[in-house]
Design a protein around this ligand. Structure first.
Ligand code: IFM
Length: 440
């Protein structure tokens, strides 16, 4: 913190605005930890649509054993604990819990109970994701998110899981990054079900939002003090050519649709896709906190005067305006974007948890720089009064990065995929030091 600044109160903690050096104190009880998802780390997930997609050769690598976390979760949580983590986000694999329509697998439920107990025994607060991209094969065959049945089926699964596991978890994420899933699965066709159909995409989004709302009420019914949200992927946008008004307008439209439409809808109980439709969702406000996944920025240009054209296209990361270094997957490192979203989402007047933020980096120094720069932005936002209550780094372990396979190394902990040995990275130790001091 620089000298001569005036201390002030934010979140009940004395802090200073404009951070320039050390000693920013995070609020007491701040949730510190990391995130994973079932299909990316567990291994042996063979009952979902992603498995089938991999077997059909639609992506270069198969998830296979992943990080074998299904068998090693206890020792992985020991490592997390040794790094000072007091929170951990993971997802339940629906296809293991309900391998066929209406058929429950008690062993899978017992497994996830053990996972939750293992976290609790180590003093780690669980944040449970109910749906992280993967669809049970039987539901995918019925149309998955395109099917009007999906709401009912998802609600039944949620009710079952929360009645079994609810006492062990207070923090729940219904859906991970619905907009990303819709975009990659139903517009770009890069992920299952590999479609490219605007009408279907809009239906999918509608079903996802309705499914969240219904799930929200089931969770609260079974666990009234639950904290429920979605994990919203926030992607910063800038115009390819800032002098071109059409590019600027496309940035505004894309940003509204990608970053705000879902949260606004769930906050107000209204689903509004400008020019397409307007609908009252089943019931009121259904967010108890805002879950934010943040990674990067994209440059956008207008590509036509129809709806897809106004939504714009990406002009890539070689643009002259790009300010940050590119990571191993070619995404720009742009920490300012995180602060921007934290400020924008503070309009909901709800606690904010950063449910993912991380970098694919074979060079661990790049991970540390990324982590520090993003935590700096979090600290600045808190100092400005934004109610951020947690930061969960993506990811605890190296894992299966969907269509990018295993080359993207996101882990605080390195995984040797031959031997399944774990090695704590130096960035994880430095992060542990911040956690221990609760200060930057
Ligand atoms: O690995 C993914 C995760 O499944 C969802 N959020 C983004 C991460 C990095 O791409």
């Amino acid at each position: 913190m620089s000298q001569g600044e005036t201390p002030r109160k934010a979140n009940g903690v004395e802090e200073r605005a404009g951070i320039h050096s050390a000693n920013f104190h995070f609020p007491e009880g701040f949730l510190w930890g990391a995130s994973t998802s079932a299909h990316q780390v567990e291994g042996g997930n063979t009952l979902n649509d992603w498995h089938d997609w991999e077997q059909a050769g639609r992506v270069p690598e198969k998830s296979g054993r992943a990080a074998d976390h299904w068998n090693r979760f206890r020792s992985d949580f020991d490592l997390a604990r040794s790094l000072g983590h007091n929170a951990h986000r993971f997802s339940l694999e629906w296809s293991r819990i309900e391998p066929a329509d209406g058929v429950w697998n008690p062993e899978a439920i017992a497994h996830y109970r053990e996972v939750l107990e293992a976290l609790r025994e180590r003093g780690i607060e669980p944040v449970v994701t109910l749906f992280h991209y993967t669809m049970p094969r039987w539901m995918a065959a019925r149309g998955g998110w395109e099917s009007p049945d999906m709401e009912k089926r998802f609600a039944r699964y949620v009710r079952k899981v929360v009645s079994e596991l609810g006492p062990l978890a207070r923090w729940w994420i219904t859906l991970n990054e619905p907009m990303v899933q819709m975009y990659k699965g139903w517009l770009l066709g890069q992920w299952p079900p590999g479609r490219s159909d605007w009408g279907a995409a809009v239906r999918v989004l509608r079903h996802m939002m309705r499914a969240h709302v219904i799930a929200y009420h089931h969770i609260h019914d079974l666990r009234p003090d639950a904290m429920v949200s979605i994990a919203k992927h926030a992607l910063a946008f800038s115009p390819c050519d800032p002098r071109r008004w059409r590019d600027r307008l496309s940035v505004r439209m894309r940003s509204y649709v990608f970053n705000h439409l879902i949260l606004d809808g769930l906050h107000t109980g209204m689903l509004h896709v400008p020019g397409l439709f307007w609908e009252r969702l089943p019931a009121g406000r259904t967010l108890d906190f805002i879950g934010v996944n943040y990674y990067t920025r994209d440059f956008v240009h207008n590509t036509g005067l129809d709806l897809p054209g106004w939504m714009g296209g990406s002009c890539g990361f070689d643009h002259r305006l790009q300010v940050g270094k590119l990571n191993d997957l070619g995404w720009e490192v742009y920490p300012e974007g995180l602060a921007k979203f934290l400020h924008e989402y503070s309009r909901f007047k709800l606690p904010i948890v950063i449910t993912e933020n991380g970098v694919p980096a074979a060079d661990d120094d790049d991970r540390w720089t990324f982590l520090f720069m993003h935590l700096w932005q979090v600290a600045r936002a808190i100092a400005d009064g934004v109610p951020v209550v947690g930061y969960l780094h993506w990811s605890l372990l190296d894992n299966f990065e969907w269509a990018d396979g295993y080359r993207a190394r996101f882990g605080l902990i390195e995984v040797d995929y031959e031997t399944m040995e774990r090695r704590i990275r130096r960035s994880a130790l430095k992060y542990a030091d911040i956690i221990r001091r609760n200060e930057l």
